[in-house]
Design a protein around this ligand. Sequence first.
Ligand code: WQD
Length: 344
Amino acid sequence: MKERILVTGGTGYIGSHTVVELQNSGYEVIIIDNLSNSTADVVDNIEKISGIRPVFEKLDCQDYEGLDALFGKYPGIKAIIHFAASKAVGESVEKPLLYYRNNLVSLINLLELMPEHQVKGFVFSSSCTVYGEPDELPITENALIKQATSPYGNTKQINEEIVRDTVASGAPIEVILLRYFNPIGAHPTALLGELPNGVPQNLVPFLTQTAMGIREKLSVFGDDYNTPDGSCIRDFINVVDLAKAHVVAIDRILQGKQKEKVEIFNIGTGRGLSVLELIHAFEEATGVKLNYQIVGRRAGDIEKIWADPEFANRELGWTAVETIEDTLRSAWNWQLKLRERDIQ
Ligand code: WQD
């Protein structure tokens, strides 16, 4: 059995896929989650896939004493992957203090407790949102960090700074910041996927719900951008590919392969796809026609962004491998499974 890893937010969308990949690589996983945006039965589905039931404790990372007790109860945790955070851009504009409190306090608690409990490694869920509207594409890790366009985005920037300052102060921790592009899709078993709360804000959950008839039509926000077909361009990355990047990051830290105490990697495919291209790829991959219409731009949207993943490819030995067709089929199969389970 390999080392014990704590995954915060481990019943969430990206967290749950990562737990499976960690287990597949032989790590022992402890999940904590406050279940604010997920349900405990995710643990059953993780077990169905990996054959191993991870430890699950319902716990909020804002609860310092609870976290302290958790490290006592499960000694020997070698590293943390920190997913637990509030992540809805629109909601963060409405409730900034909730976002700042949750996303900052959770991180600070973990960083304070790590040295006390001899936890060495820390992998943090950051986001390409820290780049804002890029000046050059594809975007590398050295690109300028732009003023955040939402409190949510700002929490990611501040979290990166908190981590950097903590390490610079001499804290005995080693960190990898993973800047995700746009994670989509679901586990190929359709046992894990994204379960949006209420009306989805993100493109793919809205798209699959429209294809299912839950939503009448998908609105495409703008076709007058400076892109070949006028719609925005994103780097859509399969969630299982993304999950695997975390395993590689943990391996790298625990095997002492880091070149700096804080390393940053873009986790994307390097392929920019427009919103309209994605819609057509979905129709081709699934054979399902989508009802969509072009509407006005959404405030705050970035026109085009995709990753230069070369540094991650070379240094981590990690590359996104899933095709967009398989990824969109997996999202659709997950939506079909949700209907079967009468969830959505
Ligand atoms: C993608 C594209 C929309 C919905 C956000 C966060 C980011 C990240 C992922 C965390 C855009 C268009 C969308 C719809 C549409 N992090 N769209 N119709 O905005 O790139 O990134 O989510 O959780 O930090 O900012 O993702 O999926 O919302 O949008 O046309 O109904 O799809 O305008 O061009 P985004 P998204």
